[in-house]
Design a protein around this ligand. Sequence first.
Ligand code: AMP
Ligand code: MG
Length: 403
Amino acid sequence: MLTFEEARGKVIKQVGKKRGPRATAVVSVWEALGLVLEQAVKTDREYPPFDRSTRDGYAVRSNEAVPGEQVKCVGEIKAGDTVREALAAGTCLQIMTGAAVPAGADAVVMIEHTTREGELVRFERGAQPGQNIVPKGSEAASAQTILTPGMRLGYAELALAAQVGALRLQCAQRPRVAILSTGDEVVLIDETPGPFQIRNSNSVSLAAQVRIAGGEPVVLGNAADRIEDLGEKIERGLKEDALVLSGGVSMGKYDLVESVLKAMGAEFFFDAVAIRPGKPAVFGMCQGKPVFGLPGNPVSTMVTFELFVAPAIDLLNGAEARALPLVEARLAEALKEKPGLTHFLPARVEWRGRVPEVKALRWQGSGDIAALAKANCFLVVPEDRESIEIGESVSVLLRKDVV
Ligand code: AMP
Ligand code: MG
């Protein structure tokens, strides 16, 4: 059986082969958060566009700012002021953060290191050439490429685009990810379940996870555990860029997803992974589209989505597959698990001290959504560890929607 890293590797390899030209759209900088850029963005001028003061203080010739000596202040420069005249020898100018440093001046002395008596400024410290000045063009040259195709647009990237006036950006369209749950016991969330039925909560968690991963969810509802109904709805799902199914991949008599997919021509790259929850997870390509059969227990569905589907959505967006958000933490309470599978336990990590501390939460197994709603991470118990002592270092997979 594959480890989760190996299974992830298979997804990345197979979906990676599908990278190529994809649908794009021109999107306003206000609307592009989380999208993947499909163009290069260049600067419209040098940055900074002038020698910029990074402090409130006095623009000086550095050799004239002698500790204990006084220099005459002949004016002030505010941020945004047009600066044409050079600083005359033997004088200084009061200057504000973000203002242009005049020619002739080669340093800014912080106001905190001066005392003012009328027109005269006394310096408490000497000045180094260049101090508190960001030189023109030192952040970027003119017409320099600052954003490249494949970059994900976060708040800093969007600010950079705005800074250079690139207000409309060519971006990859979010891949459309069909979501299909299965199970005779599953009813739509706005229906009232009978005593032995359950609401389709997986359609809601999967839609949220697709969105967070950068895809556009297309919720197709629920298929009964019957070959014909499954076949029809899978056919519909394969019209989208990827298909994610929940349920119907275990060993039960009515777990038909894999056989229906196979009959439709799917090639499978795994149909089991050495993890708990989530062991029966299936990944294949069917009619050119990546298809994921995730086990239906809600926590299994959530974990296997993060491990296997999220990197596929990155690749379908034209970006690199992001690494799993794994961090090291100190175990706050000893634990025991059956060896042989890598466990992902709902847990809470807290950043109180120098080292993050993590504690597994009590839970009733992979149907226990309430436990996961209290968790902010999964504690990863390696397959070869039967018990882990308090204080040991463990890996945690962060829930990136809440941390
Ligand atoms: P399965 O993977 O089909 O064997 O389902 C495993 C468990 O998950 C069963 O207890 C199902 O009732 C439950 N389950 C399956 N699909 C869903 C769903 N869409 N929403 C919530 N729970 C589900
Ligand atoms: Mg089922």
